[in-house]
Design a protein around this ligand. Sequence first.
Ligand SMILES: [Mn+2]
Length: 430
Amino acid sequence: MSFAETYPDHVAGLQRATERVLAEHKYEALVLCSGAPQSKNRFDDQSWPLIPTPAFSHWCPLVEADSYLVIRQGKRPTLVRTVVDDFWETTAPPENEHFWEHFDVVTTEPGHASDVLPGGRVATVTRDPGAAPPGEVNPQELIASLDALRTKKTAYEIESLAEATRRAVRGHRQTAVQFAGGDVSELDLHLAYLAASEQDDLATPYKNIVALGAHAAVLHYVAYQRVRESGDTSLLVDAGAKCNGYGSDITRTYVRGDSPAARRFSELIARMDKLQQEICRRIKIGMRYEDLHDLSHRLLAVMLVEAGIARASTDELVDRGITRALFPHGLGHSLGVTTHDVGMKLRLPRAENKFLRNTAVIEAGQVFTIEPGLYIIEGLLAQLRADGRDKALDLNVIDELRPFGGIRIEDNIVVEAAGIRNLTREAFNG
Ligand SMILES: [Mn+2]
């Protein structure tokens, strides 16, 4: 279905839910501000491109400074736009036009938004509290209620995420081809990804992680080097794309060469891919996401023994924190108008899962990532060495894998009543 067909239900549902939230918190109106460009540096005159307040993007894909959405009981939402007469700059038009007819559009001049925004008991949500129009700014309890509305996606949001996934997959395919050809740098691969997914670097949902070889052990590696590498090495690409403000988040790992070490790493990538698919198969409505994260550690322990990296029981490898030294991050997170979407971490994870960003009970309509990993991270291995836990590992194999950095495989998953829809595999196989 097209965005024009699915958006009306999205916005009507949001209106109903927001009216309930306003009544519950006793506000007469809600003002969502898109925000203003932020200065890059107080000593020069350049600004970062605008990234609208996420609560604004939840309603409307417009990326325009000083726009305001006004939501009131029983009234169509109003979109207030600030019209700037400026011969230096212009804003790119939105890529889709499906949303305009659902708002009463009002225009105003810079500095005059307050003339048209409502008075009374108003809650204002903005990324720039310093420049907020009148109203109670970012009231915490109201924001928590709005965040909760982002945990289950509408058909419109799922279609936006599916398209964002297809765009990202075009980028991933191209980087895989370039990498296989050899003699290519991290910067080359980053730029190839952007070109193939048709994105400017600043328009991506998050900065591309493009890591060759040992760099893949740095979880958020974005220090792209220009050195062109040929020969046996690995590549980890963690990169997404946007559609209607919604971002995908996909990771793939590749290896090149046929040395024994490269072959071992290649086999490990295949094992991790199987493990990742097994976790996807185990997703069940009603189960806790944290249980899935715990399961991923048990499956990883089995995989480590089968691959000759560890020799100990599953219980020992998990309970003594050995799997956590090799896979320190969370299994995944909710996706939406922010890459780590809100509302899914209402309670903290257990201490040993401290980086887990999703502790919700799995329900139909959620969209989240499944992204297990395995890395040779020196600082974490040192902790195992310090108290002898490293004896459970074959350190020769660890040494052999070190130049390849690590593996992560990440898909974007929609939970449906009848099972799951894997947006990423669907796009790769399509
Ligand atoms: Mn992710």
